[in-house]
Design a protein around this ligand. Structure first.
Ligand SMILES: C[S@@+](CC[C@H](N)C(=O)[O-])C[C@H]1O[C@@H](n2cnc3c(N)ncnc32)[C@H](O)[C@@H]1O
Length: 281
């Protein structure tokens, strides 16, 4: 099964930044403060915020950061996962986003939460991280890598920024079935996808970027209910979105969203991957 991109040219980092600057109100309305999927349990009254926090908790528990350890948050969104981490640990965080609007929001939220000394957010391109080598004890990338055309480049940048022995955990979409060119165009133009891997090639890519001790956890089944939540939030929030973006936006979304939902349900999966920068000998 060929991975993507196959035909449509990949987006630039800047255009992904523009996408998030523009789509902030859309994500606020449909996702809430975390711009990521969640892990759903058999809760009697499940909600997306709860499921999202469960995913963030899993990332936090996996890294097990100690006091004063330093985390690189690659693709930090509006800072909510980093804030949750700072409320649960005494680790410090540098969050990086390509969207200046997100960086401003994240910085403001950290200040309001009284966490400004623990958390810093900067606008930067993960393709060229402005970090000294061997700075961080750990890194995470929560739903970020599908936006970059060259994952190996970004993963090498993360590897370079980690200390030897540094831990990485990431959450990402994967391709589980053949995507037509129309599917790929919709994912690219509607949702700023730039690349997708198959579950079974993920380990190779992390290894090529220099990581070891790779573990891939397929959590597709736990992630799938997000899509129903997003659909129903869209129905509830449609009038507000029309007021914010105008009727052309929601008219276009009325067409994009159902196709996006069926592509996601039938052809995409979701993984959490763990890896480590080897200790140099
Ligand atoms: C789906 S959002 C996830 C945000 C956040 N991790 C969360 O879970 O709430 C994707 C994030 O990746 C960031 N991103 C995409 N491409 C990037 C790049 N080339 N460099 C830095 N950040 C990037 C976006 O700006 C956005 O913050």
């Amino acid at each position: 099964m060929p991975e993507h991109p196959s035909t449509t040219p990949a987006l630039t980092s800047e255009s992904v930044g523009d996408f998030y600057d523009h789509m902030g109100a859309f994500f606020d309305a449909l996702y809430g403060e975390n711009i990521h999927f969640g892990l759903w349990d058999d809760d009697p009254n499940p909600s997306m915020p709860e499921a999202q926090n469960r995913l963030t908790n899993r990332m936090i528990d996996t890294l097990n950061l100690q006091d004063d350890e330093y985390l690189l948050d690659v693709g930090c969104g509006t800072g909510h996962p980093a804030i949750r981490l700072a409320q649960r640990t005494r680790a410090r965080v540098l969050g990086v986003s390509i969207s200046p609007t997100q960086v401003a929001k994240a910085t403001e939220k950290a200040k309001t939460a009284g966490l400004a000394t623990q958390l810093e957010f900067i606008r930067a391109d993960a393709m060229h991280l402005p970090c000294e080598p061997e700075t961080f004890d750990a890194a995470w990338a929560i739903e970020m890598l599908f936006h970059v055309p060259d994952r190996i480049q970004v993963l090498r940048e993360i590897h370079r920024s980690l200390k030897p022995g540094g831990r990485l955990v990431l959450a990402d979409f994967v391709q589980t079935a053949h995507l037509t060119d129309d599917d790929w165009t919709l994912l690219t133009q509607g949702f700023a996808f730039s690349s997708l891997l198959n579950t079974d090639t993920y380990t190779d890519v992390l290894t090529q970027a220099g990581f070891e001790a790779v573990q891939i956890h397929d959590v597709t089944n736990q992630a799938r209910p997000n899509i129903r939540w997003i659909e129903s939030r869209y129905t509830d929030q449609r009038d507000d979105l029309t007021a914010h973006y105008g009727p052309d936006f929601t008219a276009q979304m009325d067409e994009l969203l159902p196709t996006g939902v069926s592509i996601y349900t039938e052809k995409l999966g979701y993984v959490i991957a763990e890896a480590r920068r080897p200790i140099d000998r």
